[in-house]
Design a protein around this ligand. Structure first.
Ligand code: ZN
Ligand code: ZN
Length: 368
């Protein structure tokens, strides 16, 4: 039974992983640790502002096309294995082999090592922070420029032919996101992906999902292998999360035609846009609805049993989409829109679906 179709928005205290550190110099190339580009005040927990209009008051029938999504509000930080995170370290049993992508075709365009991607991000973040602090234009120093690889540099393509270690994408404890879809007796969801393009999944990363019972995890894996190469847009920067349930309304193209048309008529008289401002929360989220604006809706059915699949997690290229309506309260207009550093296609989202019949069936993805 899927529990995430709850309707009332709730407020929750911040996740236990909400440690926001002052910017510090961290050991170079240490996985999962980055200088903070834009530190948050310790007391600030990102939350979504109230919607600009109560659309259900104006269109009561929308209540039949509403659900709860949990915005994760990832922000750069240093989560541990006991914390919910995006791109952070996973609680992983000592005796369980780390997953690799083996014998799969990778579409290769531009390859980087994870260390290079982290170094680039650290340099750009430092330059950005310096510009913000001094009011001077954004500019790299000579030393920084010398540390960056040439723009056309790519690691040897042969490296993508070997086994590629999957990278942590999301780790969510049920205590932080109580309504994630998954086996009722599991209290930990982990999502990993192979950080290269896969022709068989629409030129996207190939996703794997793990459901766990924390009490049964023995030990902690001592060493996590890193992929030899990645596509830089698919390497998440470690972020703490601030889960917040929000109310979503179905993608306009999936509403009854008459309701969709009346919403369009109303938009013409209003300065609010249903699809952008009121329908789907942008950014990384659990549950909720998918956007279908790239290809129009198509069925996402389980390849094993044919059941219509359930949206589990959305990986997004931007936390605020095209609308300031969703920018977290208290965050300045210049706050990073993509703290995770993952970009899907040309700034789209990757929707990750799971089979509600059996959580052992493989996940599916759609880029929109
Ligand atoms: Zn792969
Ligand atoms: Zn299935």
């Amino acid at each position: 039974m899927l529990a995430w179709f709850t309707s009332a928005a709730r407020t929750r205290p911040p996740a236990s992983g909400d440690r926001v550190h002052a910017a510090t110099v961290l050991p170079a190339e240490q996985p999962g640790r980055v200088e903070l580009e834009n530190e948050l005040d310790r007391s600030s927990v990102p939350t979504t502002p109230p919607p600009p209009v109560d659309i259900e008051e104006l269109f009561p029938e929308l209540r039949d096309y509403a659900t709860t999504a949990t915005r994760l509000h990832p922000r750069r930080g240093n989560p541990g294995t006991q914390d919910s995170s995006i791109g952070g370290p996973l609680r992983w049993p000592a005796d369980e082999p780390w997953p690799f992508c083996v014998d799969r075709e990778h579409y290769v365009n531009h390859l980087s090592t994870p260390a290079t991607v982290r170094r680039q991000r650290r340099i750009y973040a430092a330059a950005k922070a310096r510009a913000a602090a001094t009011g001077q234009p954004y500019e790299l120093t000579e030393a920084e420029r010398a540390e960056l690889p040439a723009s056309d540099h790519s690691e040897p393509e042969a490296l993508a032919d070997g086994p590629i270690a999957l990278v942590p994408v999301a780790q969510l404890y049920r205590r932080d996101v109580p309504d994630f879809a998954g086996p009722a007796d599991c209290d930990l969801l982990q999502v990993l992906w192979c950080p290269l393009d896969h022709p068989e999944t629409g030129y996207n990363p190939r996703v794997e999902v793990r459901w766990r019972r924390v009490a049964e995890i023995t030990g902690q894996v001592a060493e996590v292998p890193e992929p030899a190469v990645v596509y830089d847009d698919y390497l998440p920067t470690a972020c703490v999360v601030h889960p917040e349930p929000v109310r979503e309304h179905q993608y306009g193209g999936l509403l009854p035609e008459d309701l969709d048309r009346r919403l369009s008529d109303w938009e013409e008289e209003s300065d609010v846009n249903y699809q952008v401002d009121l329908s789907l929360a942008p950014g990384w989220k659990v549950g909720g609805f998918a956007n279908w604006s790239l290809t129009d809706w198509h069925p996402v059915d389980c390849t094993v049993c044919g059941t219509a699949m359930t949206l589990l997690l959305t990986a997004d290229s931007s936390e605020y989409g095209g609308s300031d309506v969703w920018r977290a309260v208290g965050e300045p207009a210049g706050a990073p829109v993509n703290p995770v550093g993952v970009t899907i296609g040309r700034g789209y989202s990757l929707y990750i679906f799971v089979c509600p019949t059996s959580f052992d069936h493989p996940p599916a993805t759609a880029m929109q």
